[in-house]
Design a protein around this ligand. Sequence first.
Ligand code: EPU
Length: 308
Amino acid sequence: MDRFNERVEFDVPMAGHTSLRVGGPADALATPADTYELTGLLAMLIKTGVPWFVLGGGTNLLVRDSGIRGVVISLRPGFSDIAAVDSDQDAVAVHAGAGARLSALCRYALANNLAGMNFALGIPGSVGGAVIMNAGTENGAIESVLSSIEVLHVPDQKEIICRRALLFNYRGLVWDSSIIAKSGYEPIVLAASFELAPADPRTQAAEAETLRARRKQRQPAGFSAGCVFKNPSADAPAGYLIDQAGLKGTRIGDAQVSEVHANFIVNLGRAGATDILRLMDIVREKVLHEYGVELEPEIRTVGESKEK
Ligand code: EPU
């Protein structure tokens, strides 16, 4: 690890790297500066049999209380550039590193009078995480503005994959088995290109303001990981079912079903992953019991629990 100098830290509490502010320590956190360092790191990890986990923005993630064994790899700030790379009259291609914040991409689009990204205003997280999760709202999803992604087949093969060769579902990118077969590992998303369109700045800004205000009114501020469960169907959203089941405000320790939006769990300060997982179980059981609907988590849970 010597060659990475200050870009590797050891025993790093993941609570400091997740929007829920929850999670025990990762054995190590590496922030490679570029592809050369990333491929060197991966080769070393494969050789030594050390597992790794690629962190996005940590905004859709629940890390268990005993943390993560192995190396957490963060592509921020090394892979965070955003730039227009090509344009014609009707379209502008914008390239964003996986470590860039989705909010920075939205701001870039607004500042450059480009339409297409407003749907993502207020969605936290990184561009890489947004691609992997097919982040979206009722106003659109990543899959509809994406033109290609650049991936790294572990440990060192780069490839650009066009949108039409990618399969997305609701809140996820589904890797084709032939892509995984190339290296035996999930590829690492290094960057994404988006096809945006020139737009009238005033219309853009007005739309952005409306969407921002709506989100602010409907969703809680504070520490959370966004919506906890996927919507089981369009006519019975998880937030509606959890609300109707009377669960708003339910607490386990400092983990609480938000009073503002029932599909959010907020950390009021000192919640642990165990509290949040127990609260998720309570919500799931009550909604199953009352409505016969099985809620599936949208947030991803990783790491080791204290209780074994
Ligand atoms: N509702 C309630 N009580 C609540 C919350 C919602 O009755 O506490 C009702 C609302 O009145 C509405 C329906 O449930 O009729 C849907 O609520 P909302 O419009 O807030 O949308 P959502 O389906 O809960 C989805 C995304 C959000 C995204 C919003 C806004 C999912 C799981 N959630 O929420 O994404 O911000 O639309 O576009 O797809 C996220 O992914 O983390 C996330 C929060």
